[in-house]
Design a protein around this ligand. Sequence first.
Ligand code: 3PG
Ligand code: MG
Length: 347
Amino acid sequence: MRLPRSVRTAEVAGAHVLVRADLNVPLEGGRVADDTRIRAALPTLQLLLGRDAAAVVVCSHLGRPKGADPAFAIAPVAERLTELIPDTRIRVLENTRFLEGETKNDPETARRLAEGMDLYVNDAFGSAHRAHASTEAVTRLLPAYAGLLLLSELEHLGRLLGDVERPFVLVAGGAKVEDKLGVLRNLGDRADTVIVGGKMAEELRDGATLPFPVELPSDVVAADAFDEGAESRVAPYDALPAGWLGLDIGPETRERFGALVRGAKTVFWNGPMGVFEWERFAGGTKAVAEAVAAVDGYTVVGGGDSVRAISELGLEDEVSWVSTGGGASLELLEGKELPGVAAIPSA
Ligand code: 3PG
Ligand code: MG
């Protein structure tokens, strides 16, 4: 794999540095619900400050707002970041997705971000699969370097691209189904077993197809409404009561998925098995997390929600690598060069 040049090789002293981080963290009640991605961004910021950067301007997207929307303001994220790294040289820009040209990779938007800056560091591995103004176009305006997190991610995930110990089990779930089904299509033959749960499994039940055999749920925890306190019962995966929703995988499925995962030597897991933010529907995701943690082999967990599940269970130290990328790690596994990485000159 081609490696981009490292921030360690940049002339930082006295420079105004623009850092693209992926601080797209889950929020709850206007507060940061899991700060894994924020903490993962710290080493690069510390390096820049330690090498006497004059200013470190951090930018990130947050969620998928349609234009400027106060519900997606970066403030709670910026607050958490400044708690973790109180230094007056750090400034956090507002949600990049409030800028109209961001997702269009618009040069003028990139120019606004680059104004007054001397260097650009991309540490946003989680967004490296996006060719956006803050990840791609901006590299044409400033000398660009890869941050420490981006580099570690490439190293660790790169191991899954080489010869892996088998069986290699891939577990996929979560939302963003549209994005991920396409990626999964190209990934199936890398893994010996592909397990699909959560929203993604519903899509397959309802007609979407994959060109290889997949392990799907057999039972689900069904609820009569999308509500934490909804009435719920276990139902067959393909025969929910009319109008009911599957909010978690059922006990039988947990057993089977768990056993398949525990038998693996290499695991990549992205995406929860249900609405695990609600305790009553968290059991399936927990079962998968515990199975991944029990594997004696190379295990990688990626994506905001799966990472949150692993960290809430205190299992971070039981997996080989906790990736800050969900979609980005999946696309990397496909063997693609990510646009955000491709845009940085080689080491
Ligand atoms: C993620 O959470 O997967 C990344 O932050 C990318 O977000 P996006 O899918 O909205 O581009
Ligand atoms: Mg995500």
